[in-house]
Design a protein around this ligand. Structure first.
Ligand code: SAM
Length: 273
């Protein structure tokens, strides 16, 4: 019997496919198509508008590398903001530190509801008493509220649909205005091998806003090219001036990986340095 497959295109001529053992949910919210399938190798997989967001088996790569480089480096990370992150993976890692508040601003309540129901390994974080879940557009939230944060994480989806406004130059200016002194921001910046042009544009935009702009890489098996790019942003805190050890039970991130992640291959150095 032919196996049901879900395909994600990374360019018009290549991509990745996943056997769909079963579909747990497929619905359209006010913002996007939300789907959770079960794959024999990766377990439960969340897709938004047909693009892999997180999977049971490999989510740790992406979320550990988004959160821990900044959380071990900021002098005293008390107030944390996550824009996006509705699946709960980012807030799960941020709550590993004794911060006072971890605020998550997610535009689509249906993503949170689906994550709570179908991605049970993330549930505790979404219900942690320090987790402050706000349903709003990340940009509008930052425009309307004037709270300051020690660390801001951008865990938005690809720059399509509701996420477009989160990948623009003046959004990063807004983030900078909402950072407390010695603040750090980290953002996911997409697939380095497939999105070199958008990375080049982002680098120019970011260097106009932040004094320290350092891109770093991590493997994410289910993302385009199996390789993912992030950026570390600050005006005062050097990314290598780490202040504390990370949790000891992480599956990917450690102090050696922290240093190695900022080493860029030649093709990226040409466009990002
Ligand atoms: N880790 C995934 C990745 O790198 O592709 C993204 C994680 S999470 C699923 C992305 C979240 O960003 C989604 O839940 C989406 O609803 C949310 N999002 C998109 N645009 C947003 C916006 N303007 N404000 C707040 N959240 C937004």
């Amino acid at each position: 019997m032919n196996k049901l497959e879900k395909r994600e295109y990374h360019s018009c001529s290549n991509g990745i496919f996943f056997e769909m053992k079963r579909t747990l949910v497929k619905k359209r919210s006010c913002f996007q198509e939300i789907e959770v399938i079960e794959n024999p190798h990766f377990g439960r997989m969340l897709f938004l508008d047909g693009l892999v967001q997180t999977t049971e088996k490999d989510e740790f790569f992406y979320h550990e590398m988004l959160i821990h480089p900044a959380m071990v480096t900021h002098p005293d990370p008390r107030k944390i903001l996550i824009i996006g992150g509705g699946d709960g993976g980012a807030i799960k890692q941020a709550l590993r530190y004794p911060s006072e508040v971890v605020r998550m601003v997610e535009i689509d309540p249906d993503v949170i509801a689906v994550a709570k129901k179908y991605l049970p390994w993330l549930l505790p974080s979404l219900e942690d008493e320090r987790a402050d879940i706000v349903i709003a557009d990340g940009r509008e939230f930052l425009e309307d509220s004037h709270d300051k944060y020690d660390v801001v994480f951008m865990d938005s989806s690809e720059p399509v649909g509701p996420s477009v406004t989160l990948h623009e130059r003046n959004f990063y200016k807004l983030i900078k205005e909402r950072l407390a002194p010695q603040g750090i921001a980290c953002a996911q910046m997409g697939a380095p091998f497939f999105q070199t042009e958008s990375l080049k544009r982002a680098k120019n935009d970011l260097k106009d806003v932040f004094g320290i702009v350092r891109f770093y890489l991590a493997p994410v098996p289910t993302y385009p090219g199996g390789n993912w790019c992030y950026v570390y942003l600050s005006d005062q805190v050097d990314p290598f001036a780490t202040k504390r050890e990370p949790p000891s039970d992480l599956k990917y991130y450690n102090p050696e990986i922290h240093k190695a992640a900022f080493a860029l291959p030649n093709y990226l150095q040409k466009i990002l340095k």
